[in-house]
Design a protein around this ligand. Structure first.
Ligand code: DSN
Length: 492
């Protein structure tokens, strides 16, 4: 597309910032090979600028983070780990991986760090499998484990395999806010482990530590897994460690959602998982605001098995993404990032308070982190899917989410999850959150189930909204976004 080349010429002529020149130069280079791809990248920028991003698991990474991913590092194979590779020529990748490790160690004060996972799900797989290999083989078949896996007879190997796949995992249920990889039936975690789940209290929607302790004593899991993707309260890891210890379980924590709040020193003492958990997994792109990827932090006891994540579970590491992780971890180890993280929580509280002022049912009656789960079915008689579509049409991107005892199942759901990491990156504060809450309320209050022409009954997926209400709220969102432009250096 000519206009894409013109953009590059324009920013060069205007001597715009290095980042702007780099962004448009890279877009123009893509344009020379595949114009449609370049155009879609630009469209995504426009799209992300035009909608309020309230997806709790998304953020806006810095241009430095993004630019460190788009280079020749992607061409290098580096299976293995630092200074222990299955390929020659990994000296520079070793340096980069070590920088990312060192930055993460400093940021989180962790004993050992593994930066290769491609995603949070990968990180969880590596962690679960490493704990199994470490704990089960050592405890139950110590004699066999001393042998190299390749030297075991078929019968010995099968004995170990049977032991490994019969261990118990206890994680938070999906409807209570846990993640698919914490033992959900449709995920591999429940196939290679016997998975059990714990729920939040059906009335308060809070985690009941006493009840959990009783369940842990009954189930006696090998692994107690704490962490969430849709629970709006802090977790007390000192208590969870105590509970796990009553049956000698390993405490694993998935902090994918709140890693940025740990890095930003908002979650400290008993609410920081690093001193208490044996293994902590994370993503790097949510509150932590880095590139899309995964991360594992562990006690030294687990380091050897964790470092074997590739080829144990993972395919070849992605050195370009590890470079971006190093950049993002460095960015997170600053006072600016700490201020950002505490504002994320202040914004979530302001948003939740105003939604509740308007009479919307919020699970747990508030939030202590970056996210909120609204019960839109009891508040507005809308399914999560209808609410998601209605909000998107007004200019707000959210995602639907199951809630405890959800009557509408995991596809339609009864909930909407909201999060403040991205809007806080744009610079929004409590006042803007109040305006956003009022738009959400107005849009949902004026939406109703559309009629399904096939059944002549109410649709569970589609909703109708009064067009004048829609226009009014679209304008309000536009006015708001005009004052908080995403990547202002890229404005043409
Ligand atoms: N998909 C992520 C989320 O939205 O929470 C977790 O994997």
């Amino acid at each position: 597309m000519d206009y894409l080349s013109n953009y590059f010429e324009k920013v060069k002529k205007e001597k715009r910032s290095k980042k702007a020149i780099a962004f448009f130069a890279s877009l123009d280079s893509v344009n020379e090979v595949y114009p449609q791809v370049a155009e879609d990248i630009l469209k995504e920028l426009k799209d992300q600028r035009a909608y309020l991003k309230l997806i709790a698991s998304e953020n806006f990474s810095s241009l430095a983070t993004q630019l460190s991913m788009g280079n020749l590092l992607t061409d290098k194979y580096s299976e293995g780990y630092v200074k222990h590779r299955f390929y020659a020529g990994c000296e520079n990748v070793d340096n980069i991986e070590q920088l990312a490790i060192d930055e993460a160690k400093k940021l989180f004060n962790a004993d050992h760090v593994y930066v290769q996972p491609h995603s949070g799900s990968d990180a969880n797989l590596v962690a679960l499998w490493s704990i199994l290999v470490q704990k089960v083989q050592n405890k139950e078949v110590e004699k066999l484990s001393k042998k190299n896996a390749m030297e075991l007879t078929k019968e010995e190997y099968e004995k170990i395999r049977q032991l490994l796949v019969n261990q118990k995992l206890l994680g938070m249920s999906l409807n209570s806010g846990g993640h698919l990889t914490h033992g959900y039936r449709l995920n591999i975690s429940s196939k290679f482990m016997r998975s059990y789940t714990y729920d939040v209290d059906p009335k308060t929607h809070l985690l009941d530590y006493k009840k959990l302790e009783t369940q842990v004593k009954e189930v006696k899991p090998l692994i107690l897994l704490a962490g969430y993707s849709a629970y709006s309260r802090k977790l007390n890891f000192a208590k969870l460690k105590e509970i796990a210890s009553t049956v000698g379980a390993v405490l694993m924590v998935d902090m994918a959602h709140f890693a940025g709040l740990v890095a930003g020193k908002v979650f400290t003492k008993d609410f920081n998982p690093i001193p208490f958990a044996d293994v902590v997994t994370s993503t790097t792109h949510k509150t932590l605001r880095g590139p899309r990827g995964g991360l594992i932090l562990c006690k030294d006891e687990y380091k050897e098995t964790i470092d074997r994540g590739c080829p144990l579970v993972l395919g070849g590491p992605m050195p370009n993404v590890m470079a971006a992780k190093a950049v993002a971890f460095k960015e997170a180890n600053t006072k600016d990032f700490q201020d950002y993280s505490s504002q994320v929580v202040k914004n979530a509280k302001a948003l939740a308070n105003q939604l509740m002022e308007n009479g919307i049912k919020i699970l747990t009656d508030g939030t202590e982190n970056h996210l909120i789960v609204m019960d839109v079915f009891s508040s507005f008689k809308l399914t999560g899917r209808q609410a998601e579509t209605a909000l998107r049409s007004s200019g707000i991107t959210v995602n639907r989410n199951s809630i405890p005892e959800d009557q509408n199942g995991p596809w339609y759901t009864s909930g909407i999850r909201l999060g403040t990491p991205a809007l806080t990156t744009l610079g929004m504060k409590e006042n803007e959150m109040k305006r956003v809450a009022d738009v959400i309320y107005d849009v949902l209050k004026n939406s109703k189930a559309a009629i399904n022409p096939k059944t002549n009954g109410p649709s569970k997926a589609k909703s109708d909204i009064d067009p004048s209400v829609l226009t009014e709220n679209q304008n309000e969102i536009k006015n708001l976004l005009d004052n908080f432009i995403l990547y202002p250096e890229l404005v043409l």
